[in-house]
Design a protein around this ligand. Structure first.
Ligand SMILES: [Zn+2]
Length: 297
């Protein structure tokens, strides 16, 4: 009886997102839901849910990236459909592979997802002369590669519940902006969002997780990355102090360091980045997502 009630509640909950429902034409038994919208913007994240009887495992690929889905507390399968800021505009194929018997070949459902422009702004960044060596492309590549290696993790260990802002106060720079430093000496993209913060403000973990990176990088300065499981990672840059070590488990709201102005900065602030399945996504939108709770094993 309890199970039936849970199922009814689950169906009702999903029913509230009716506009986002895409039923599956190839297989009448498996349903797919994409919320908050099945039209997605570059740099944004949607929740993909798969519902059907006797499913034992689900993985998906979208725009060349593979990601696994986890079992939710109401028996669906959920995963984060992260759209890269450089994703090709227009229709992209989402392939969903599901197993009703893990020893057999999976069944595949394909669906077209429309990617809309991210609406990113252009940011002209004047850097003081003494920081100009930090515009060296090789140094930037080193920084990028160090972080990218960590981003490819997909730990099957669920820590997250919801995510919260890592520092109080307003954001001062948005995600994904096309940046030009010192009139084009270097160009790049803004991979996170910036919060105003005087040096020494406590920076807290956005959700439960495990510290997987805590060291100085030339551009990001003192940088921490937390792995929240299932392809979700958060990064915290330009810290004046790091108070955690790799391998350490942290809980949501725990102080992990102090804000600062290390690395390539115009002034003190916290740069906060979110990576999902290897793609940087807009942290401000990610923080508002209603992520289905994982099943308790
Ligand atoms: Zn930033």
């Amino acid at each position: 009886m309890k199970k039936i009630i849970v199922l009814i509640v689950a169906i009702m909950t999903i029913g509230m997102f009716t506009p986002a429902i895409r039923s599956n034409a190839q297989n009448g038994f498996v349903s797919i839901f994409i919320t908050p919208s099945s039209e997605v913007q570059q740099g944004r994240t949607s929740i993909l849910q798969v519902m059907g009887p006797n499913i034992e495992k689900v993985t998906a690929t979208f725009a060349g990236r593979r990601f696994d889905l986890y079992r939710t507390n109401v028996g669906n399968w959920a995963g984060l459909l992260a759209v890269d800021m450089d994703a090709t505009l227009g229709a992209n194929t989402l392939d969903i592979y599901y197993w009703t018997d893990e020893n057999q070949e999976p069944q595949v459902i394909s669906q077209q997802i429309v990617v809309l422009p991210g609406g990113f702004d252009f940011q002209d960044i004047p850097l003081p002369y003494d920081l100009e060596p930090l515009l060296d492309p090789e140094l930037n590549e080193y920084d990028f590669q160090s972080i990218e290696r960590v981003h490819m993790r997909q730990t099957r260990e669920i820590f997250f519940t919801t995510f919260q802002q890592p520092i109080p106060g307003p954001s001062i720079s948005s995600f994904g902006g096309f940046r030009s430093y010192n009139n084009g000496v270097l160009t790049g993209r803004h991979t996170g969002i910036d919060y105003r913060a005087v040096i020494g403000t406590a920076v807290t973990a956005a959700a439960n997780g495990r510290v997987v990176f805590a060291q100085y990088l030339p551009i990001h300065g003192n940088h921490i990355i937390i792995d929240h499981g299932w392809g979700i990672l958060t990064g915290y840059s330009h810290l004046s102090e790091i108070s955690v070590v790799p391998g350490e488990l942290v809980y949501q709201g725990q102080t992990i360091g102090l804000s600062g102005a290390t690395g390539r900065v115009q002034g003190p602030h916290l740069h906060f980045e979110v990576a999902v399945n290897g793609s940087w996504v807009d942290g401000s939108q990610f923080l508002t997502l209603e992520i289905p709770l994982p099943a308790i094993n």
